[in-house]
Design a protein around this ligand. Structure first.
Ligand code: VG1
Ligand code: CO
Length: 549
């Protein structure tokens, strides 16, 4: 038996897991005991109890390769050994994309996993880090678990470790740490094999052979090695199709956020004369996706709807689309597809953890969020490359362009014009003041006019999980107008500086209406109404959003 070392500690303020885990500046995580307190709190809540159940309890550990990844992984391995895990599976180099980690947890029957990432937030010594716990189904811990972890962080007095040196994370194989086995696994192979099972790689290869081209921007983040293996090695896209394919600890100094601001180079290429057929990108930890056709950007909300409408083209989904789920701020485009197909569409709070029960119960097959997240029941996380491959599979089989597919879709279902306006690093108190004033005014909003719009309904979104009946309140303010358009207000749960106010704007045009107009113009009335309803300038001092996606 290796000696277990008990380290005394005291609680830190503010270790609440947010929308997707605990996210703070690297400097905060570098404080002695900071990461350890959080990891011990996770283990205190979830670790298998001693006895038969713990004899083979495995934990998956991996991250997006950002600065501080390796240090926390080494510490987490020692702590797992001291906390009675039998085995740790860790990605080579400490790397596992978030969807690949979800897959490893499921495939190896692990009891859970620690995913080290701050996702689309920038990386580096002065930037962001994060830790998230996923449960045995491969998905983010549900609120019941994250609430218990937070409670534990407030009373923690010690953490456990073993006095062993760092392991070699770069050589695949097995080593022991204390009495625990650590298996360093290839982070890409299992995931790439899974993708090959789900999609018609032959059809995609044929399209590539007959001239279909793409560019995939890995944004110097975790998906580079996955994209090179799948797109270039297995599907035959030309070398160089994947750009920024080497994961860097600081993502080359960029925000690894696949949107029109941070992936502007890709956008410009796709709108220009030399555009390939498909442009795609993924975020820091590989769970988000950006889809741009030649001359045609597809919003994530539309992408969900278009993928759902066509998903049965992909071999693994033939004849088994049971339902669709979308987060509340995501547009209603998917609802129209569900209605046409006669399947249910669920509206959940923001964050992938709310899809887990629906997926486990087989009630939905595909899920999505307006924030560039799409995924299915193949794992329990959103999955960037999966979405890109599903698009490729559909385009290859239908033999049409992204633009044609989008137009055909809107001509059938109508179009939900959609935009999100983010006000970043707003003073936290000002943001809280805005939200509480807004909530206080909800009851009086129905019937009020804002320009050409009249409010029909306003509420603070609450969700009752249809599987376990758990209730989540305060999940964003919705203001619906009589013409069917709406605005939604939320504070971000992933930021690390002040508060981020997100304003979501949406308006539906039927197939007989203007389905190829400018989004900004189409949403003018909703943008003006949102300003007035929430007093954004008055509370935040901001005249315009920082990011429009
Ligand atoms: C954001 C998105 C949300 C997403 C979450 C995690 O959360 O809005 O849809 O699930 O990020 O994505 P928030 O609370 O900041 O709005 V990831 O790719 O950062 O793990
Ligand atoms: Co992410």
């Amino acid at each position: 038996m290796t000696d277990i070392v008990t380290v005394p500690t005291t609680p830190f303020e503010g270790q609440a897991p947010g929308t997707s885990g605990l996210r703070k500046k690297v400097r905060v995580f570098q404080q002695p005991n900071y990461a350890e307190n959080f990891i011990q709190s996770v283990f205190d809540v979830v670790k298998p109890q001693s006895g038969a159940a713990s004899a083979d309890a495995a934990l998956v550990i991996g991250g997006d390769g950002r600065f501080h990844n390796r240090a926390v992984i080494q510490q987490a391995i020692r702590m797992a050994a001291a906390n009675g895990y039998a085995r740790v599976l860790v990605g080579q180099g400490g790397i596992l994309s978030t969807p690949a980690a979800s897959n490893v947890i499921r495939q190896y029957g692990a009891s859970g996993g620690l995913i080290l990432s701050a996702s689309h937030n920038p990386g580096g010594p002065d930037e962001d880090f994060g830790i998230k716990y996923n449960i045995a189904n491969g998905g983010p811990a549900p609120e019941g678990v994250t609430d218990a972890i937070l409670a534990r962080t407030k009373e923690i007095s010690l953490w456990l470790t073993v006095d062993t040196p760092d392991i070699d994370l770069d050589t695949p194989g097995e080593v022991t740490v204390g009495d625990m086995v650590v298996q360093v696994i290839d982070p890409v192979a299992d995931y790439a094999d899974l993708m090959e099972e789900l999609f018609d790689f032959d059809a995609i290869r044929k399209a590539v052979a007959s001239g279909f081209t793409m560019r995939f921007d890995a944004m110097s983040a975790v998906t580079g090695p996955y994209a090179v293996e799948i797109l270039e090695n297995r599907l035959g896209f030309a070398a160089g199709t994947v750009v920024n394919g080497t994961p860097l600890e600081d993502f080359g100094g960029h925000h690894p956020d696949p949107n029109l601001i941070h992936a502007k180079e890709l956008y410009d290429l796709m709108m220009g004369p030399d555009a390939p057929d498909l442009g795609a990108a993924s975020d820091g930890d590989g769970d988000r996706n950006l889809i741009i056709g030649r001359g045609r950007f597809v919003t994530p909300s539309d992408s969900l709807a278009m993928l759902a409408a066509n998903i049965e083209i992909a071999p693994a989904y033939r004849g088994r689309l049971s339902g669709i789920a979308r987060s509340m701020p995501t547009s209603g485009a998917a609802d129209r597809v569900a209605e046409a197909l006669g399947i249910p569409c669920f509206e959940t709070p923001t964050g992938w953890k709310f899809f887990g029960n629906l997926l486990d119960a087989g009630m939905v097959t595909i899920c999505g969020e307006e924030s560039a997240g799409t995924g299915s029941d193949h794992v329990r996380e959103k999955d960037g490359l999966w979405a890109v491959l599903l698009w490729l599979n559909i385009l290859a089989v239908r033999d049409i362009s992204v633009d044609q597919l989008a137009r055909t879709h809107w001509a059938r279902f109508g179009r939900n014009y959609y935009a999100r306006h983010d006000y970043e690093a707003v003073d936290s108190q000002a943001a809280a003041g805005l939200m509480s004033e807004l909530k206080g005014a909800l009851a009086d909003l129905p019937g009020k006019r804002f320009g050409s719009l009249t409010v029909s309904h306003a509420d603070s979104f609450a969700y009752t999980d249809p599987v376990d009946q758990s209730v989540s309140e305060n999940q964003g303010v919705r203001v619906l107008f009589e013409d069917g358009s709406r605005v939604v207000f939320r504070l971000s749960g992933t930021g690390t500086q002040g508060a981020t106010l997100r304003v979501y704007l949406e308006r539906y045009e039927p197939a007989s209406g203007q389905i190829d107009a400018d989004t900004g113009v189409m949403l003018e009335a909703q943008i003006a109404a949102a300003q007035e309803i929430a007093g954004i300038a008055r509370h935040t001092g901001r005249m315009a959003p920082d990011v429009v996606t």
